[in-house]
Design a binder for this molecule. Structure first.
Ligand SMILES: [Zn+2]
Length: 599
């Protein structure tokens, strides 16, 4: 039995949650106006314990740099000022979404602090509040319960990790994203399989977009998937960007857990019962003092040491594939990497890959007292780090069960270890924001937008084509489409420009990054009769290269009247010849009239 649950995070299209800053982020390549640096420590919760996830992050010992953008940030994001009142518009949108999911709103909103010490919040925690409970979503395979809808602040956007001037790893974040309101919607783990998961995720997304009050575009919605298998563990997979990858992601995780269980039972068989790993860790640098291995000699030259770990009776299992392109060794390596090392070398890899010689290998096995069915892991790093890395790999190898983990979704549908699954010790009350009673007046004042069903019916009526209506409903361009139609664009032309023309232009390398303004200008000119339909792809292609739309459109002014008659005559009234030469500049109806008039 596989249990699958979904957690959707969607940004709202209104200002930030606890200050008056707008939710518009600075340009991706914009330079921050100010950079501040912090070192964060885990905060002890009321229970006086640090949970495993917080501890795992803390072990990395990092400093953080935050880029401040004056147009999107104030003292609240910098944690120099307490949070302001919770944004009433954000709350109203969250209440509306809760209504669409048939949920019961809470009587009083309590803002809580959720500890995050990966540095993605300057305060060291994320503020979150439960808005509603007990909802449901109809699906083709029965209703799915929606136990919770919460409102919370978006984290700061990560830029990257580099060594600072003191040689310590420092992670850089952008504060323009911090504080944007998010709703979190959770389902119960009753999703049947990968295809059902895709359906549920799609439906929740479309329901939210139908209201017209949520943010659109890349990164504005994120799906986290919880998967547990019968004898495996609960694993939370974070950051699936592409909905279509969800079925593969779910399948891969089920396979991974099944493979891990197989490895565990094989180990038990090899040990004849309980698996006991002595896990000897020893320095073996001396063996490699004149090595031909570029990786090892480079590591030694820069002051590193080579350490080895013996994994008893593990031969052949470290190299066992558990996800496409990922081995059991990757699991051990991912744990080792939490100490900052780049990875491990293990005995199920081809030694030629690292140019490790046969004599080095046999000396290594002898020095470490290995038996033929033992495996080893090697790491090259500064002494203490190398020891810590192999201790982590050993800790993972000793588990003997599928660990509960938070894993990152990779674009290829596989996952990588991030940290242990967070425990319950992470929340405590936010004392700077008073509780907010949810009154009957507030609920009444919620402006209810369209439901998904209403939106679907309206699109179908507007477009007169079920396939295009469905495409538009799922499109991230839905908001822009509606804006264009409101501005007077012909619905079918607007839809096919967004869903077909822009897509094929992008495929040929002519991508329009911000199609909003470009298309508004384009359709305004088209309505004024400045060019014909057939010219639209060419004008957009020029606009993609940076030419303003009005300038691009000038090259496609319509040829009509006497001029058209002249051209028709020159080309012998041959419709094929005329169209192949002037297709983008002629109104086919007028040409038709001219050709018919001739007869
Ligand atoms: Zn602010």
């Amino acid at each position: 039995m596989v249990k699958i649950g979904l957690e959707v995070h969607q940004r709202l299209a209104c200002g930030k949650l606890f200050c008056s800053c707008p939710s518009d982020m600075a340009d991706q390549d914009a330079k921050p106006n100010l950079v501040i640096r912090r070192r964060l420590h885990p905060v002890f919760s009321e229970l006086g314990e640090i949970d495993a996830a917080s501890k795992a992050e803390f072990e990395k010992d990092r400093t953080f740099a935050y880029g401040v953008f004056s147009g999107s940030d104030c003292l609240v994001e910098m944690d120099e000022e307490p949070p302001h009142q919770l944004n009433p518009e954000a709350l109203s949108i969250a209440l509306e979404l809760a209504q669409h999911l048939h949920m019961k709103s809470v009587d009083e909103l309590h803002v809580m602090r959720k500890i995050v010490i990966d540095g993605s919040n300057t305060s060291g925690f994320q503020r979150t509040a439960i808005v509603a409970m007990d909802g449901k979503l109809e699906t083709s395979r029965g209703p799915i319960d929606i136990p919770l809808l919460a409102i919370e602040e978006e984290s700061a956007g990560i830029v990257g990790t580099q060594d600072n001037e003191r040689g310590e790893p420092e992670t850089t974040y952008r504060l323009d994203r911090l504080g944007i309101p998010l709703v979190e919607i959770n389902t119960t783990p009753d999703i049947k399989d990968g295809q059902h998961l895709l359906e549920v995720a799609e439906k929740i997304g479309m329901m939210m977009r139908a209201t017209g009050k949520v943010a659109r575009g890349l990164g504005t919605i994120r799906q986290d998937v919880n998967i547990s298998t019968e004898h495996g563990a609960r694993v939370e997979i974070k950051g699936a960007q592409d909905l279509k990858s969800l079925p593969l992601l779910a399948q891969n995780e089920v396979n991974r857990q099944e493979e891990l269980l197989r490895i565990i039972s094989e180990l038990r068989a090899r040990f004849g019962g309980k698996v006991i790993l002595n896990g000897t860790i020893a320095e073996v640098s001396a063996i490699f003092k004149s090595t031909k291995s570029p990786l090892i000699s480079k590591g030694l030259a820069s002051g590193g040491s080579v350490f080895g770990l013996v994994l008893e009776k593990h031969a052949g299992l470290i190299g066992r594939e558990i996800q496409a392109g990922k081995r059991y060794g990757t699991e051990l390596s991912d744990y080792a990497k939490t100490t900052g090392v780049k990875g491990i070398i293990h005995s199920d890899e081809d030694p030629a890959k690292y140019s490790i010689s046969g004599s080095e290998l046999s000396e290594l096995r002898q020095t470490m007292g290995m038996k033929p069915d033992d495996a080893f892991a090697l790491v090259i790093a500064p002494r203490e780090q190398a020891k810590a890395a192999l201790s982590k790999a050993l800790e993972r190898a000793r588990m003997g069960f599928v660990p509960e983990e938070t894993r990152r979704a990779n674009p290829d549908g596989t996952t990588s270890y991030m940290r242990p699954l967070p425990g319950r010790a992470r929340m405590y009350p936010e004392t700077d924001v008073p509780p907010i009673p949810i009154t009957a007046e507030m609920l009444k004042a919620v402006s209810r937008g369209e439901t998904l069903e209403e939106k679907k019916a309206r699109l179908l009526k507007m477009l007169g084509n079920a396939e295009m209506a469905d495409k538009m409903l799922r499109s991230r361009n839905l908001g822009l489409f509606e804006r264009l139609v409101e501005g007077g664009a012909e619905p079918m032309l607007a839809a096919s420009t967004l869903e077909n023309t822009l897509v094929s232009l992008r495929r040929e390398g002519a991508e329009i990054k911000e199609p909003g303004t470009v298309l508004e200008e384009l359709f305004a000119l088209y309505r004024k009769g400045k060019f014909v339909k057939a010219a639209i792809p060419d004008i957009l292609r020029e606009a993609a290269k940076g030419k303003p739309v009005p300038d691009a459109a000038k090259g496609y002014s319509i040829i009509s009247g006497k001029e058209l008659e002249k051209i028709a005559k020159e080309l012998g009234f041959d419709i094929k010849a005329i169209m192949s030469k002037y297709r983008t500049r002629i109104d086919p109806k007028e040409l038709d009239r001219i050709l018919k008039g001739r007869k």
